[in-house]
Design a protein around this ligand. Structure first.
Ligand SMILES: Cc1cc2nc3c(=O)[nH]c(=O)nc-3n(C[C@H](O)[C@H](O)[C@H](O)COP(=O)(O)O)c2cc1C
Length: 361
């Protein structure tokens, strides 16, 4: 396959196999409502085969960062409808990453009395609130009878995303947030059916994705996983346990006939990711993680060698609104400006020029 060929992942049509990876940018204001800037940012990137939005909270309690958007209120749904309309008008396809932050939050950020996690174990380090840096708080360990409401929060959010006109959703099961916190035996020390064995730790990921797929269709549903990312205290250091846990996840997902599985791992051609791909039986979007920004040659090779069906691209998509055209014709690239990744305003967000806008040389 060719990176620049189109693909159909379930009900999602991708005009090429370059996927805009989910990218948190924190420009949605206090109420978490997509504004003109977000509309423009995503519209500019509609040339990518698929846009996965920034991590978006399904419920207030799951908000990890100030400025992060939500998909809970009417105002947020209306804001996302404007984003979806703009992307569709520009010929793109867009799904929403549903991100419950779990213990990576703070009551001052979420503006809720508590934050939640699998176990009463704080994430390491500190987080930024409006009033400065604070230690990560100890979360409320979700009670067994609270689990259905957590799942229902994802379901409502998926319904809201589709009502807003997005083409589907990606359950965020990666990077140390709630679903991932359940997967690791370090952040999840529960002794009930959601903890202990690999199958039990895999349960929430499967239940959330199953419930979402039952609501909007498996062909509009994906999930992101990041085994062995070892981030935010969600450690997965025993490779046998990792293989067992993610095999359980992928086996549980198989009946859903998902649109895609999006895996962040430095070795997408290795045994672990190949196992996830084949057990889940869904198209694989591969992303090699943070070590170095995804480049053109690697992306082309991943698809050409059938390691992946598509490639998730983060930083190059931030800096190049017309990345697909630039890569296809092997043209020069804008450099990302990392100090502007998170923050306010258009600078470093919607002001990266498309090549057609560059002065002729
Ligand atoms: C500014 C920034 C924000 C990110 N936000 C998210 C996010 O909201 N959800 C997520 O799953 N990954 C997030 N990531 C990870 C990216 O999706 C991607 O995996 C990472 O940037 C590595 O890909 P790259 O080398 O192409 O940049 C973020 C990365 C960056 C640089």
């Amino acid at each position: 396959m060719n990176l620049f060929d189109s693909a159909d992942f379930g009900a999602l049509h991708l005009k090429n196999r370059i996927v805009m990876a989910p990218l948190t940018r924190l420009r949605a204001g206090e109420r978490g409502v997509p504004n003109d800037l977000l509309v423009e940012h995503y519209r500019q990137r509609a040339g990518l085969g698929l846009i996965v939005t920034e991590g978006t909270w399904p419920v207030q309690e799951g908000r990890s960062y100030p400025g992060q958007p939500g998909i809970e209120t009417d105002e947020q749904i209306a804001g996302w409808a404007r984003v979806a309309d703009a992307v569709h008008a520009a010929g793109g396809t867009i799904v929403m990453q549903l991100m419950h932050g779990g213990r990576v939050s703070h009551p001052e950020i979420a503006q809720t009395p508590r934050i939640v996690g699998p176990s009463a174990i704080a994430a390491p380090g500190q987080t930024h609130t409006a009033t400065g840096k604070v230690d990560m708080p100890v979360p409320h360990a979700l009670e067994l009878d609270e689990m259905p409401e957590v799942i229902e929060g994802f379901v409502r959010a998926a319904r809201n995303a589709v009502a807003a006109g997005l083409d589907g959703v990606e359950v965020h099961g990666a990077n140390g947030y709630l679903v991932h916190e359940f997967l690791s035996p370090v952040s999840n020390t529960r002794t009930d059916i959601y903890g202990g064995s690999p199958e039990n730790r895999a349960r929430l990921a499967i239940e959330v994705t199953t419930a979402v797929a039952a609501t909007i269709g498996g062909d509009r549903t994906g999930i992101r996983l990041s085994p062995q990312h070892n981030i935010q205290g969600v450690l997965e250091e025993d490779s046998d346990d990792v293989l067992a846990t993610y095999s359980a996840v992928a086996t549980g997902l198989a009946p859903l006939h998902l649109a895609f599985v999006d895996v962040l791992h430095p070795e997408p051609s290795g045994h672990l990711v190949r196992t996830i791909r084949s057990l889940a039986g869904a198209p694989l979007i591969a992303n090699t993680g943070f070590q170095s920004p995804t480049g053109r040659a690697d992306a082309i090779a991943l698809v050409a060698d059938d390691v992946a069906d598509a490639v998730g691209v983060g930083r190059a998509a931030i800096a190049n609104p017309d990345l697909a055209a630039r890569w296809e014709h092997d043209l020069e690239l804008n450099e990302p400006r990392p100090h502007l990744f998170y923050g306010d305003g258009a600078e470093g967000y919607t002001d990266y020029p498309a090549l057609a806008e560059l002065p002729a040389v």
